[in-house]
Design a protein around this ligand. Structure first.
Ligand SMILES: NC(=O)c1ccc[n+]([C@@H]2O[C@H](COP(=O)([O-])OP(=O)(O)OC[C@H]3O[C@@H](n4cnc5c(N)ncnc54)[C@H](OP(=O)(O)O)[C@@H]3O)[C@@H](O)[C@H]2O)c1
Length: 264
């Protein structure tokens, strides 16, 4: 069955690779990028590789929540439904530390932007068949500092990255409880995959980028993962497994969602 699939951060890395796989199957694929030229060139490339004309895209810089809001409005205007959203866009190294409101850029791009976008397209997901939300977490997860999330304390790049990924994982579990009819999975696609992010952050890689794209593809469309929700898939182990303990702490989750709503 042809599905409507939105993949954020699909102009590079594992997001682009999984877009090729999904478009190759004949699905309607909506890509996303922050640079219009890079996005249109990725769309043309994927159309040409897959011979699938149902590939399109949306532009928004996720370090700007106003732009994310506008993109969500555009999606609600243009699409009739979404079957799958893969919240893949993410940042580790960045020349900018804060957004225009003084918030840490990694919290904004990796957590607040997907939170806002997903929140606004839930009505479209409710119209989807076997709808799934796949959120890109990481093996790096660290207890969220509310001071840092609010932009009142500075963290190192690696610490704010790990905190943003735990925030996304905690929100994923919260959403899974709330949305009985939409599956929500958080996934570590594999550590140090061969992409721009890993190479910029660590100067090396352990595994091919295809390892990450393959698990995103399976979690998104395979029958084998139908019915799984509120879980963390750890692709370093190749199975579902435990996330950071805070992701199972209701008090911490409620506090996080409260602060997030305030920020959004
Ligand atoms: N690689 C790993 O080892 C690894 C491990 C665990 C988790 N992950 C997660 O997997 C996801 C994909 O990462 P990747 O390894 O494929 O890295 P990547 O090659 O650097 O791709 C990241 C994607 O996010 C987009 N992006 C970054 N900042 C953005 C912004 N401000 N607005 C909009 N889009 C933005 C990038 O756009 P541009 O094309 O414009 O740069 C790119 O398309 C991320 O969420 C990452 O945290 C990766």
């Amino acid at each position: 069955m042809q599905k409507t699939i939105l993949i954020t951060g699909s102009t590079d890395g594992i997001g682009k690779l999984v877009s090729v796989k999904l478009a190759g199957d004949g699905h309607s694929v909506y890509m996303h990028g922050r640079h219009p030229e890079k996005l249109s060139s990725a769309i043309s490339e994927i159309k040409s590789i897959t011979k699938n004309d149902n590939v399109d895209g949306f532009v928004a810089d996720f370090s700007d929540l106003d732009a994310v809001n506008k993109m969500a409005d555009q999606i609600n205007q243009d699409l009739l439904k979404i079957d799958i959203i893969i919240n893949n866009a993410g940042i580790f190294k960045s020349s900018e530390i804060n957004d225009k409101n003084g918030l840490d850029i990694r919290f904004v791009v990796n957590y607040l932007a997907p939170y806002l976008l997903t929140d606004k397209v839930i009505p479209l997901l409710k119209k989807g068949a076997d709808p799934r939300i796949i959120n890109l977490s990481s093996a790096a997860q660290s207890t969220v500092s509310h001071e840092a999330l609010l932009g009142k304390a500075n963290l190192s790049e690696s610490e704010s990255y790990a905190q943003s990924k735990l925030a996304l994982t905690m929100w994923s579990f919260y959403l899974a409880e709330k949305l009985q009819d939409i599956a929500v999975i958080a996934v570590n696609p594999g550590s140090l995959l061969n992409t721009k992010m890993a190479v910029q952050a660590y100067g090396r890689y352990w595994s091919s980028a295809d390892k990450g794209a393959d698990i995103l593809y399976d979690l998104a469309v395979s029958e084998g993962y139908k019915g799984f929700t509120g879980k963390y898939f750890d692709n370093d182990k190749g199975s579902f497994g435990p996330a950071h303990p805070d992701a199972y702490n209701k008090t911490q989750i409620d506090k996080l969602i409260h602060t997030t709503r305030h920020l959004i």
